[in-house]
Design a protein around this ligand. Structure first.
Ligand code: ATP
Length: 357
């Protein structure tokens, strides 16, 4: 089932938590809302769930206006940060509960509970009470309870926040497999870019109540539209160089070599950004740059300031005439103080705006 948000606002007193969001989430899509703390992710999700009323705007599920409808009439399931498990019931009965409410036969309920528990790696915990579980186990029980009833729309708010790195990675694969096999439309809130990149069909990067860019994970990484998105996605973040467009249409930047190498399409975009009086940057991902000898053709002369070996790759921090940036190199034999030549793959240079135009 599709989910539509039409110019949705949510204000709490003088705080605008959600600032006129419009987006269509397609049937069966895995949609991630990604952004820093306080950007409005949870509030947006709670409005889709019906736990919060929008101050303005409309929410449609499967084309039907549900803006003022009770949560229980929306055919959605939720898994939130604070598990919401019944403490006096065993894990089995917690997961079984939504099936009982729907009047399923006992043998059918038992099968579904066992299948779901198996998938989420909690089959051996079915007899325990929530109080006897770790945070991560409770989180998985809450996921199981939401998924067991095969909802049409599934809402998740940081469901893996309490798991260790390894379990988190395996759980994210499991969730993704499960919901795509079942074809459930999923809206997933996270502040973890790796999680969003790995799971989403589309990501909405949010900042201060706005969806700043909504696109596929690759596009968000490859063509961030604004400085905020460029900075938020990728580790280390995209290198950004302040740039401007002259009257004759030439692009200026320090180092100028990056402006000179800008591909035609990005040059056009740079002009459009400048025309609408937006501040302009040239951006390039650290992993799309390389280090060679100083004085090389098309390279920018720089000095190595710091070297951070990470095993497979090395972060090399450089200073080129006062512009500091980082290069992710595969293999490096440079050390602090070395004079080097840094080049950027021309097809990887991007024109980036400060704000959405
Ligand atoms: P986090 O990642 O920390 O959970 P978030 O992106 O989910 O953050 P929200 O919880 O949606 O952010 O909050 C958005 C803004 O709305 C914040 O400034 C928050 O303080 C404010 N806010 C949220 N709920 C309320 C409320 N009930 N009353 C007043 N302000 C609220």
């Amino acid at each position: 089932m599709s989910v539509d948000l039409n110019s949705v606002f949510k204000r709490f007193g003088n705080v605008t938590a959600v600032n006129g969001v419009s987006v269509k989430i397609e049937d069966g899509e895995f949609f991630c809302m990604l952004g820093p703390s306080g950007c409005g992710k949870t509030t947006t999700l709670r409005m889709v769930a019906g736990l919060e009323l929008p101050s303005e705007g409309q929410i449609l599920i499967h084309g039907r206006d549900v803006t003022y409808e009770e949560p229980r009439h929306r055919d959605i399931a939720m898994a939130f940060q604070d598990y919401g498990l019944y403490p006096h019931m065993s894990v089995f009965h917690n997961i079984e509960f939504p099936l009982k409410v729907r009047g399923l036969e006992a043998h059918e309920r038992r099968k579904k509970v066992h299948d779901t528990a198996e998938r989420l790696g909690i089959a051996e915990l079915l007899e325990r009470k929530p109080g006897q579980l770790s945070g991560g186990q409770r989180q998985r029980v809450s996921l199981a309870r939401a998924l067991v009833r095969n909802p049409r729309v599934f809402l998740m708010d940081e469901p893996l926040s309490n798991l260790d790195a390894k379990l988190r990675a395996s759980m994210r694969t499991e969730i993704k497999k499960l919901v795509s096999t079942l074809g459930i439309t999923t809206i997933y809130v996270t502040h973890d870019q790796v999680e969003a990149m790995a799971m989403a069909d589309r990501i909405a990067v949010m900042s201060r109540g706005d969806m700043v860019q909504v696109a596929s994970p690759f596009e968000i990484y490859d063509r961030p539209r604004t400085h905020f998105v460029a900075d938020f996605i990728g580790s280390p973040a995209m290198n950004m160089f302040a740039a401007s467009v002259e009257r004759n249409g030439g692009v200026r930047c320090s180092p100028q070599a990056f402006a000179d190498a800008l591909p035609a399409e990005e040059r056009e975009r740079a002009r459009r950004i400048a025309d609408s009086e937006g501040r302009l940057f040239i951006g390039v991902r650290p992993e799309k740059m390389s280090i060679g000898a100083a004085g090389g053709p098309h390279a920018v002369d720089a000095q190595v300031e710091f070297v951070e070996p990470l095993g497979q790759t090395t972060n090399v921090y450089v200073d080129a005439g006062g512009q500091r940036f980082v290069v992710v190199a595969d293999k490096v034999s440079v050390k602090i103080g070395d004079a080097v030549g840094v080049s950027a793959a021309p097809d990887q240079l991007r024109a980036v705006a400060l704000n959405n135009q």
